[in-house]
Ligand binder design. Structure first.
Ligand code: ADP
Ligand code: MG
Length: 359
């Protein structure tokens, strides 16, 4: 087992910085997801941790061993890290067992010892009875489990997974998520799981690190990312929050502030120290907005559309003070409003995005 410490690493390609001063601590035995859109630097980060690539600046520690900095580079094969990729690339001419045994064979492990470890690894991924089968006879999910077994058999202290489920259909993905979670519970191996899929990150990880244009935007539990996003990007990317302009009317007391939003006064959750400033923005969720019961108070505007979501509707509401802005509001079934209705909307929550991050 090994914890991982990443200390202000930068990776520059020509004049482009794919990673900028990223710092991250992963505890021994933790399951951490790295989440971000395509091109934000996830694979670059994984390659640096695994030792497939060298850092431009900063340092990486595995446990108390320095494995990367601008002068030192411990090669991948000496790091004791297992890697599972999106494309599982099994040898087609070898059986499942032979695929899993290959790494041990190369490492010169004797036959008996090798057979025992292969059997254990196949057991862990639930493929004990598939050892003699060729990979071509397995489903996509089973092949990804063979790839996982091939990684486990070398007993790595840290496993890195780069979008391992991206090639599988939705149905299979859910059952593989369950496999990964169970595997982690059983073995306590430190895992860093890379994905662009927030639902996958939330289903699997203890904590999620959100990468945005090569910079770490926030590292937190799924619930904190959702309720208290540190930046506009996190607010929009995790749970598709609405990011809206507000006026902060007073300084924060006991975790909330009075604000004005499209002419309506509300209280929103905030960080201690939050005070009035220009350009402030808040993150709002559909469930924090509701149509006003009295029809007198609230943001006035028009409902443009009503979209059925199964059990409830999502109303698309445009405030009179900012008609180009669309607010999404959850409306229970049966719906009490129609498209085209003139309505007022009250704000029952919201999170003020911290100043230093929202730029
Ligand atoms: N070897 C390389 N040379 C130049 N640019 C690269 C190289 N590897 C990655 N990049 C760039 O770095 C950025 C991050 O890439 P990557 O880490 O693969 O993103 P992700 O895995 O999040 O989709 C992209 O803009 C990509 O084009
Ligand atoms: Mg990638």
């Amino acid at each position: 087992m090994a914890g991982l410490k990443i200390d202000r690493i930068t990776r520059q390609f020509a004049d482009f910085k794919a990673l900028k001063e990223v710092s991250l601590d992963v505890a021994d035995g933790e399951f951490l997801a790295v989440l971000g859109p395509s091109g934000c630097g996830k694979t670059t980060l994984l390659r640096l941790i695994a030792g497939f690539d060298k850092v431009t600046d900063g340092a990486i520690w595995l446990g108390n061993r320095l494995v990367s900095d601008s002068r030192r580079h411990v090669p991948a094969e000496s790091r004791g890290i297992g890697v599972v990729f999106q494309s599982y690339a099994l040898w087609p001419h070898m059986s499942v067992e032979e695929n899993v045994a290959y790494g041990l064979e190369v490492a010169g492990i004797d036959r008996d010892h090798r057979d025992r470890r292969v059997a254990e690894a196949l057991e862990l991924v639930g493929l004990s009875t598939y050892g003699n089968r060729p990979p071509s006879s397995l489903s996509g999910g089973q092949r990804q489990r063979v790839a996982l077994a091939r990684c486990l058999v070398t007993e790595p202290g840290l496993i890195l997974l780069d979008e391992p489920l991206a090639n599988l259909d939705v149905h299979l993905r859910a059952s593989m998520e369950e496999e990964f979670r169970r595997f982690h519970e059983r073995t306590g191996t430190t895992m860093v799981y890379i994905t662009h899929d927030q639902a996958e990150a939330m289903a699997l990880a203890d904590r999620i690190a959100v990468l945005d244009h090569g910079m770490l935007a926030q590292v937190a539990t799924a619930s904190t990312l959702y309720r208290e996003p540190a930046t506009e990007m996190v607010a929009g990317f995790v749970g598709q929050g609405m990011v809206l302009p507000i006026d902060i009317l007073d300084t924060c007391r006991a975790g909330s502030c009075p604000v004005r939003i499209f002419g309506f006064e509300a209280r929103m959750r905030c960080q201690p120290g939050t005070g009035a400033r220009a350009g402030a923005k808040a993150c709002l969720r559909a469930e924090e907005l509701a149509f006003s019961n009295d029809g007198i108070s609230g943001i006035s505007g028009t409902v443009r559309r009503l979209i059925y979501q199964g059990g409830y509707f999502r109303a698309d509401f445009h405030p009179d003070l900012s008609p180009e802005t669309s607010l999404e509001i959850t409306v229970p079934e049966p719906a009490t409003v129609d498209a085209g209705a003139r309505m007022r909307v009250v704000v029952r929550g919201g999170w003020i995005i911290p100043a230093d991050a929202a730029n």
